[in-house]
Structure formats: structure tokens, C-alpha cells
Design a protein around this ligand. Structure first.
Ligand SMILES: Nc1ncnc2c1ncn2[C@@H]1O[C@H](COP(=O)(O)OP(=O)(O)O)[C@@H](O)[C@H]1O
Ligand SMILES: N[C@@H](CCOP(=O)(O)O)C(=O)O
Length: 326
């Protein structure tokens, strides 16, 4: 459960007076997510989600992703919308944290993604990338290649507690990624955390995307790489090439990857694995006392990174490279 910051009922009822979302009937902490504190609110007008933003989300960044959600929805990408209070603001303060209420999105996230789910996220991600092209705000990605070494520095001295040799493994890979990270690929608005728990489906039909606090401007194909890691490995951490093909083909029906993007995909996937390995490692080693959270396993991303280190090209993801002769 991710509740780092608790909220008292009377404080919450007071906070809600500024909104026109009805009177509070009940609320509870949500037993999912690891980044922020989330609560399900039941009011006389229905269900809402209250999020208190924690350590990795700066209050200054909130307008970027809250406006992005409206921008995307206006272009047909289904995602929750923030509630505006009577003063016309979407962001308030509760229990000392930036706080936002969004509408409840119907659907559930897939516990065991199938081919239809992988195709669904590929298609939705490409549509999101296209819809973001005319988004006027800019936010650089604090968790791209230049953000990884500071995370490593926090965790390095204790990394071998998690797995002997992990410190040296990460250090060598970081050197490689920093020396080879691509600079000329197409950029735009990316979600940057489009894991299965952030994509809702009703049956096999995608009902919407949630959780935009990591969204930013970065290499579009990096978002694809994040999804290859998050959606295309089985629970035993074997790579499912059929799922990768479904995801990439569905993406490319909406937005074709250039030759350069295709060629860079294995490298981007190594970087994507490094990013989640590092945040998981830092979080695993630093669970705040009293927080209701189950930290995610950093070793899952060590295994995924090792797989990606051995990928020779996009064919290993089940699709032919652009320009390849059949
Ligand atoms: N708009 C929404 N509609 C329905 N459920 C939601 C919504 N937003 C969040 N949730 C629920 O809260 C959980 C955690 O939200 P998430 O945004 O992933 O957390 P975090 O802020 O920690 O990244 C989700 O897995 C989902 O169950
Ligand atoms: N997706 C990240 C964790 C942050 O995402 P959340 O949506 O679960 O809060 C990971 O798997 O490491």
C-alpha cells in the first residue's frame, strides 16, 4: 500500500469544502502504487481519487502534467481529469503535501497482460505521443541518463547487500550508457511510467491511462523501451517475443519508428531498465519508517537489464527492422 502521509477525516472534509464534488461519505488508502499517497474518496457525487504528492514530485511540476491530462483528453486519449476547486485551482495543500483530486477511471489494470493488452498499450502510447506533439509546455526528464548517477551514488555503498557484485555491475553499465546515450532521436511528451498498473482495461479494451507525474519531454522511443521492459517479460522473467511484436506492431500502426529509433531501441531498453533498477534500489534501501508501502524488487530489473544487454537488434523483439529485406 502506498500511504506515506495520512489524512485525518476532519481535515479532509474541510479540504473538500473548497470543491464541488459532494460531501464525504468515506475514504480509504489505496493498496497500490509506490510513489505517492493515494486515497479513494466516496462522496455524495460518486468516487474520486485523492493524491498527495511525495518525494519525487515537485509542486512546480504539477501544472505540467495536470494540464497535459486535459490536453490529451481533448485529443481523444482517455485519462482522468483533475477537479477544479471554487477558486479555479486544481492543486491544493493537504497534510503539508501538494494535493490533487481526479475523477475515478473505470477499469482494472491487467495482472497478467495478454497479447491484446500489449497491443492496446502500444496503440495508446503512440496516440499519446502524437497527441503530445502540440503540447506547449516543456519539462526535461529528471530521471533520464544524467539523473541516474546521483541515484547510484545514494545506493552504491549498500548495493551489494541486495546482490553481491551489484555495485560493480551497475557502475560498468552506467559508464556505458553515459558514453553512448543517443542525442538525435525524435523527442516529445512521454508518459515515462507506462507500466501495467497505470493502464486500465475493461476486458481487453483499454479504458484509459493514469499516473502522469513522471511525464516529461524526452526521446519518444524511450517510452516504448520502458514498455518493452514492463509488459513483455513473463513472471519467470523470460522475454515474450510475441508480446513485444504485438506491442511494437500496434505502436507502429499509429506512429512508425524511424530506422534510427529502431536501431536505438535495445540501448534505450538498457537505459530504461537502469532507470527502474536504480529507483527501486534506492527505495528498497530507504523505506520510510511507518510508511505503508511494499517496495518493488530491484533484482527484477537487473534480470531485465542483463537480457537487454544481449539484444542484437529489433529483430530480437519480433519485428523486422525498417528497410530490412524479407
Ligand atoms: N483515476 C483513477 N481511477 C481509478 N483508480 C485509480 C485512479 N488513479 C489511481 N487509481 C488507483 O490507485 C492506484 C495507485 O495509483 P498510482 O497513480 O499508480 O500511484 P502512484 O501515485 O504511487 O504512482 C492505482 O493502481 C489504482 O488502483
Ligand atoms: N513503475 C515503477 C514504480 C512507480 O510506479 P507506481 O505507478 O507503481 O507508483 C516501478 O515499477 O518501479
Amino acid at each position: 500500500m502506498a500511504v506515506y502521509t495520512d489524512v485525518a477525516a476532519d481535515e479532509l472534509a474541510d479540504f473538500l469544502k473548497a470543491y464541488e464534488i459532494g460531501d464525504l461519505l468515506s475514504y480509504k488508502g489505496i493498496a497500490e502504487g509506490v510513489e505517492n499517497s493515494n486515497f479513494l474518496l466516496h462522496t455524495t457525487r460518486g468516487y474520486f481519487i485523492l493524491t498527495l504528492y511525495e518525494k519525487r514530485v515537485a509542486a512546480d511540476d504539477l501544472p505540467y502534467f495536470l494540464s497535459l491530462m486535459a490536453h490529451l483528453a481533448a485529443r481523444g486519449v482517455s485519462c482522468p481529469q483533475p477537479a477544479t476547486n471554487r477558486a479555479g485551482e486544481v492543486c491544493g495543500t493537504l497534510s503539508g503535501r501538494p494535493a490533487v483530486i481526479i475523477n475515478f477511471l473505470e477499469g482494472v489494470w491487467p495482472r497478467r497482460p495478454n497479447l491484446a493488452h500489449c497491443a492496446g498499450v502500444g496503440e495508446a502510447m503512440a496516440k499519446m505521443h502524437r497527441a503530445g506533439l502540440d503540447y506547449p509546455s516543456y519539462r526535461s526528464n529528471p530521471l533520464s541518463v544524467t539523473g541516474w548517477r546521483p541515484l547510484f551514488n545514494i545506493a552504491a555503498s549498500r548495493a551489494d547487500e541486495i546482490q553481491p557484485g551489484l555495485r560493480d555491475f551497475i557502475a560498468a553499465e552506467l559508464d556505458y550508457l553515459e558514453g553512448n546515450w543517443p542525442e538525435q532521436l525524435p523527442t516529445g511528451v512521454i508518459h515515462a511510467d507506462l507500466f501495467p498498473d497505470n493502464v486500465f482495461f475493461i476486458g481487453d479494451k483499454l479504458s484509459g491511462l493514469i499516473d502522469f507525474p513522471f511525464s516529461c519531454n524526452d526521446i519518444l522511443a524511450y517510452d516504448v523501451a520502458i514498455c518493452l521492459n514492463a509488459w513483455c517479460f513473463e513472471p519467470d522473467l523470460s522475454f515474450n517475443v510475441t508480446k513485444a511484436r504485438a506491442l511494437l506492431n500496434a505502436y507502429q500502426r499509429e506512429r512508425a519508428l524511424s530506422e534510427a529509433e529502431q536501431a536505438a531501441l535495445p540501448l534505450l531498453a538498457r537505459g530504461a531498465a537502469m532507470r527502474f533498477l536504480l529507483t527501486r534500489l534506492v527505495d528498497f534501501l530507504n523505506v520510510p519508517a511507518g510508511a505503508l508501502v511494499r517496495p518493488k524488487d530491484p533484482l527484477e530489473y537487473v534480470r531485465k537489464l542483463r537480457f537487454q544487454q544481449n539484444v542484437a537488434g529489433i529483430r530480437d523483439y519480433g519485428v523486422e527492422a525498417a528497410g530490412a529485406v524479407a
